[in-house]
Design a protein around this ligand. Sequence first.
Ligand code: IPM
Ligand code: MG
Length: 352
Amino acid sequence: MKIAVLPGDGIGPEIVAQAVKILKALNLNLEMTEAPIGGAGYEAAGDPLPDATLKLAKESDAVLLGAVGDWKYDKLERHLRPERGLLRIRKELNLFANLRPALLYPELADASTLKPEVVSGLDLMIIRELTGDIYFGQPRGISTLENGEREGINTMRYTESEIRRIGRVAFDIAMKRNKKVCSVDKANVLETTELWRQVMIELSAEYPEVELSHMYVDNAAMQLIRAPKQFDVMVTGNIFGDILSDEASMLTGSIGMLPSASLDANNKGMYEPSHGSAPDIAGKDIANPLATILSAAMMLRYTFNDEANALKIENAVKKTLAQGYRTADIATEGCKKVGCNAMGDAVVAALQ
Ligand code: IPM
Ligand code: MG
């Protein structure tokens, strides 16, 4: 099994090192090869997604990614910026289905900014479409009008086949969970999402056991804070999913806890924490590696069909939390506060 390991920028290298440590400790037959992406790709090859990195990713069974981005690249031409490397690899590998579970570990109920009774027991799966929508739609750009004023353009668009294939992922996953899908759109204003809603309704005929509901994205943002436990599976487009998954992460105490999987039609996948590169804390050994470690668990589950070892990692994370280990972002009074590396060691120890 070949894994492309792409640490990226900011805290990326430190958190990925912990996930690699855990995978090695499991003694699986994994061949892991590192390559640069994002700002690191730009430094190494003048491209946020160097050809060699893309080639490696295409030849591998799965990709483990840290994070990309750093303010120091904000002045670069748009196509050279780190985020473009990430968007391109998602598109090139056809990773249209982004799974972002928001699971509250009981030990972290106090770390959430919401009341424990609102979030305890939370187990929500956000399914975000990842290769379409306003992120990729043409035309796009900034141009100058005849009157000299500048205008920015992006285009929200979805074809019905794109909507149907992400809908299928959501319904299939709901069948293995509590059989509830909430489709999030803005069908009262945006035609693209009016079509989204129609296709979801059509598709639901194939899944009579699943209860389909619809919610406008503004209401969904509110309901996530008001009563998040009403949701089982949420399915939505690229930009709404970007925003709602950050929001959902805070229900679980810290964005440092949220893993993600981005899958193609054959379950080849890229696995990355839902959080960003946090350049302000990079290199200080204080970042939370658990989202990346949990992403490695998702990799074993979804790409390598190895549920046993996925659970082993997840249970080790639970045990580590139960033992009181906390990184700074989830620290509470009386906990054992540790850095990124020590947290990785604690999870390795808990694997035994
Ligand atoms: C995410 C990130 C990315 C996105 C950025 C870094 C391009 O916010 O994975 O959620 O918007 O998709
Ligand atoms: Mg985001």
